[in-house]
Design a protein around this ligand. Sequence first.
Ligand code: UTP
Length: 297
Amino acid sequence: MTRKVTKAVFPVAGLGTRFLPATKSVPKEIMTLVDRPLVQYAIDEARAAGIKEFIFVTSRGKSALEDYFDHAPILEQELRKKGKTELLEILKTTNMDSGAIAYIRQHRALGLGHAVWCARRLIGDEPFVVMLPDDVIAAETPCLQQMVEAYAETGGNMVAAMEVPTEKASSYGMLDVAEDMGAVVSVKGMVEKPPAAETPSNLAVIGRYILAPSVLKNLNKIKSGAGGEIQLTDAIAQDIENGNPVYGYRFRGQRFDCGSKAGFLQATVSFALARDDLRDALRLYIDEITHSARAAE
Ligand code: UTP
């Protein structure tokens, strides 16, 4: 029997330079996809997977993120007075139970691995989840829930995996596959951002992980890797050498890279088209602009 996973770490201490100047004062995770900040999608997905404790690794300038999860008594009072029960319900989804959410500071952006290591005392000696809110995944069964179900069978470590074209390998952590069992693959190695010619497979790791506490011990010893950062990938790969298995999980769903401008825009259009209240107006507009673009050709 694997232990139930109830803690999730959200590393959100990065500088978000690809969204400057917006991220000068607005944390990337608070940026809005349709009408909810990225972080709300991540929290909802974590809750659906049974997560009870939410650990945010933050940095300077991220106070808007902490405010977002606070109660808003004046706003709630106003909405109640006006009988806006639907809006009150929407607001409720942002409320967290007392003590369920914790914030830790990463004082310097030394990499994703270092950010996770900063949360080591709150994680303790149990398996934990790492979620990157800028990877947004549209799925019928939320991605993390799919992984938790698969992990109940496998144990070890599990990373979300997705096929990418070879020329994109240098943007991801890539899996060296030992055995392909369909949705689950067992992994014999992991390489962070390899050149296309050197990638061991087309399976890329994306921002959902279920990790054994031994990965934290590996992080203790890891020096900076690719790009001078302390890489989470290296600490997970190290666990294979320690005899603790690592699995890739091919999730069912569509992943959007909301850490990039193009990915964020694609997610915005896709999520809006999935909404009953926005679909018609948006479709009309898209048809209009594609027709006028064609006419101009
Ligand atoms: P990214 O590689 O997307 O970096 O980090 P970034 O700083 O957020 O964005 P750009 O590239 O400058 O535009 C992936 C995830 O790891 C976190 C980020 O907050 C993001 O969720 N991270 C990265 C940290 O928490 N600390 C770090 O030192 C680095």
